[in-house]
Design a protein around this ligand. Sequence first.
Ligand code: NAP
Length: 315
Amino acid sequence: MTARILDGNKIRDEIKTELGAKIRALAEKQITPGLAAVLVGENPASQIYVRNKVKTSRELGLFSEKIERPASATTEELLELVRSLNARGDIDGILVQLPLPPQVDARRVLEAVDPAKDVDGLHPVNIGRLASGRPGLIPCTPAGVIEILRRSGIEIAGARAVVIGRSDLVGKPVALLLLHQHATVTICHSKTRDLAAVAREGDIIIAAMGKPAFVTGDFIRPGATVVDVGINRLSTAEEIRRIYRNPADKLRALEEKGSVLVGDVHPEDVAEKAGAYTPVPGGVGPLTIAMLMANTVRAAEMRRAGKRPAASSPL
Ligand code: NAP
């Protein structure tokens, strides 16, 4: 059986095209959705994420502002910054890039964001709205997972979905979204007994655990749809040889780039056993920024019309 590859780059481009039309419609009403990205400290990964978010918003014609604060910033200073962004009429979305430095109370900072501008969907008000199926802003990566399934014609209603990982950022919101779309959902975590047997019950498996190539062929029912949220960086030949049966290409990539990305799902096994799967890179990853853009546009449409965003999808 040849597994179908669910191409995240293609779906991202479709979403960007659709957003372009919405942004033009807003421009006719003299509205430019605005996104403020708050970057604290010098974490290299965070710098890249924020740079990409700002770049994509500008490409799409959004107003975007990067606000940097030193690693020594205090909780009070960040609360003050968030309050000032809450008060600005030209800002529709506020994202505070995580992780924040250890001296900062990240929860307090996230809770200070106006829920109507919480484009990362991390405010307890939006989490509560998501849990109860009420209109709100939903976290970007989970929203991207659902978009991939939906746009690839994968039937969610009635399917058995197994979510591996229960983080607030990915596992829990994905499970809730699948549940709202009428899947029968099992949520697994590090204490789940016989994980492979539980995963094999899934028509849809969502892997979000942060463990390179952990989900092997033994976890996958033949023909299942596998969505790999994991992003793990391999930086030694030994790690690559441990995972890949045919490592030549990856070893070459390691020499050229210094590291190789792998998901939480075994890339060779999934291609052999699944019916459809998202690759890493090029699967879920590209959707995260696209959904942030979608949330920002949605937040602008709603806030400026005095309404609240829809619960299921910003698109
Ligand atoms: P996280 O907060 O570390 O959560 C990992 C979850 O996986 C936890 O619930 C943990 O269980 C579970 N887990 C860990 N080891 C396990 C095991 N051996 N068996 C079963 N469950 C296990 O990670 P996260 O933020 O959800 O991210 C997960 C992955 O997605 C990471 O690779 C991350 O880089 C990636 N990610 C990608 C994107 C994207 O844009 N594509 C966005 C966000 C995250 P416990 O709760 O029991 O500890």
